[in-house]
Design a protein around this ligand. Structure first.
Ligand code: URP
Ligand code: ZN
Ligand code: ZN
Length: 458
């Protein structure tokens, strides 16, 4: 299929230009001021932006969570992502205790069969021994190049400093990237036990027992372990001003540090957890929502390019049935919130329209930097000749209101309910196929392909 997009304004991280774009098959064939050619389809993008398809590098689809699991699977989750202009995700496969890494990965390959956009996989390592360490090389060869480790959730996901260090050494040897969930799990568990002893069981105590100093401490410790092993390290879901300060301080000496934040940390505060009728549970996620001062500091870091990416940490759990498991005790509220559909819209409205970040920076945060850091550039993350034809036609003027009544995520609430936004994706093209048009999904189930990512080279 040959598609010609006329008269759009291309927004890449490093340039803005008005041009026609010719798509042939799954690739971008030509970009020029004016292209005269036969095409199967001509789309007029006059007054619209053309941006590279969004890349959300932090999602949890079909993820088991004790007795329950996240409500979006790879079908509903990737369709919702596509509606919001995201054409690639990187989801997290999880190693169960006692399982080898290839077994864990196979489970996620099976889950991902119905994906409608391209998907890569990270692997969460929870159980480390010599056999596991020896699998890392093979995983990087097959394109699973990033490994998430936890300093939080003792007994479940947390690794000791020694194990973290061992994985860092091994991953860096073969070009892997370490992703850290940085919070001091042991001290948090102590604070939780004290809160429960005092009868403090409401959702707000989730935030109070996970103070930002304990994120900053774990960030600093992780950076020191990474620099000792000369491993690159990427901090997922950075939530606090303290963590940003630590990263900035450490970067003066050690450069291989990358960071991600999420829309909820930029737009919501811990006050949400105080909502009546247990509604605060909708905002129980980790690290927790912080204070206004943290939110401002994160925006400041976005503006100064101190944060590299914005991902969603999409972890959709229903209010009814899932979140309510913790109605009598905040520690029983499953952690996580939905967001895969709204990331690009929220950062356009609150970043570009309201806080005047440039269009180029917006694209850099939601597509280009994710592609560069996670071994997908320049096939993804840029509108350029030879790149994958993942293109979003973005209407900067259209207004819409976020609501769980109209969103496409399979979850019964939206953390941004009622937010009125300017700007939205209008047509979404993935690998040369139109998958969203006229507010409808028109792609085929299972069309998304696995992204074999290149090793880390920074
Ligand atoms: O609360 C959250 N973010 N749940 C998802 C798991 C994680 O740590 O990213
Ligand atoms: Zn995490
Ligand atoms: Zn996560």
């Amino acid at each position: 299929m040959i598609i010609l997009i006329r008269n759009g304004t291309i927004i890449n991280a490093d340039e803005t230009k008005s041009a026609d774009v010719l798509i042939e098959g799954n690739k971008i064939k030509a970009i020029d001021k004016h292209i005269e050619t036969q095409a199967d389809l001509i789309l007029d993008a006059n007054g619209k932006y053309l941006i590279p398809g969004g890349i959300d590098v932090h999602t949890h689809l079909d993820m088991p969570y004790g007795e329950i699991k996240t409500r979006d699977d790879f079908e509903t989750g990737t369709i919702a992502a596509a509606f919001g202009g995201t054409t690639s995700i990187i989801d997290f496969a999880i190693q169960s205790k006692g399982q080898n890494l290839q077994e864990s990965l196979n489970i996620w390959f099976e889950k991902a069969k119905n994906a409608v956009i391209d998907y890569g996989l990270h692997l969460i390592i929870t159980d480390v021994n010599q056999n596991i360490l020896s699998e890392i090389k093979k995983l990087i060869e097959i394109g699973v190049t990033s490994f998430k480790l936890f300093t939080a959730y003792p007994d479940r996901l947390m690794l000791s400093d020694e194990k973290i260090f061992q994985v860092m050494l091994k991953a860096s040897e073969y070009g892997g990237l370490i992703l850290m969930h940085a919070e001091n799990g042991e001290v948090i568990d102590y604070l939780i036990s004290q809160a429960l002893k005092d009868g403090k069981k409401e959702p707000i105590y989730h935030a109070i027992t996970r103070p930002s100093q304990l994120e900053a401490e774990a960030v600093y410790r992780s950076i020191m372990l990474a620099s000792t092993s000369n491993s690159p390290v990427y901090f997922v879901h950075v939530s606090s001003g303290d963590a940003v300060d630590v990263i900035n301080f450490a970067r003066q000496r050690y450069k291989r540090i990358f960071s991600e934040t999420c829309p909820h940390y930029l737009l919501l505060t811990e006050d949400e957890l105080r909502k009546p009728n247990f509604e605060g549970a909708k905002y129980v996620l980790s690290p927790p929502l912080r204070k206004k001062v943290d939110l401002e500091k994160l925006w400041n870091a976005i503006q100064k390019s101190e944060i590299d990416t914005i991902a969603t940490d999409h972890c959709p759990l229903n209010f009814e049935g899932d979140k309510k498991l913790g109605i009598d005790n905040f520690t029983k509220i499953p952690n996580g919130g939905p967001g895969i559909e709204n990331r690009i819209q929220l950062i356009y409205h609150f970043g570009v329209v309201e806080r005047k970040i440039t269009l180029n920076r917006w694209v850099e945060l939601i597509s280009t930097n994710p592609a560069k850091i996670f071994g997908l550039f320049p096939e993804k993350g840029k509108i350029s000749i030879g790149s994958d034809a993942d293109i979003v036609i973005w209407n900067p003027d259209v207004e819409h209101t976020i609501s769980s009544k109209t969103h496409h995520m399979n979850v019964d609430y939206n953390m941004f309910e009622g937010f009125r936004l300017k700007g939205n994706s209008e047509v979404v093209i993935s690998n040369g196929e139109i998958i969203i048009k006229d507010n409808k999904f028109i792609g085929k189930l299972g069309r998304g392909k696995f992204l074999k990512r290149r090793e880390f080279n920074n």
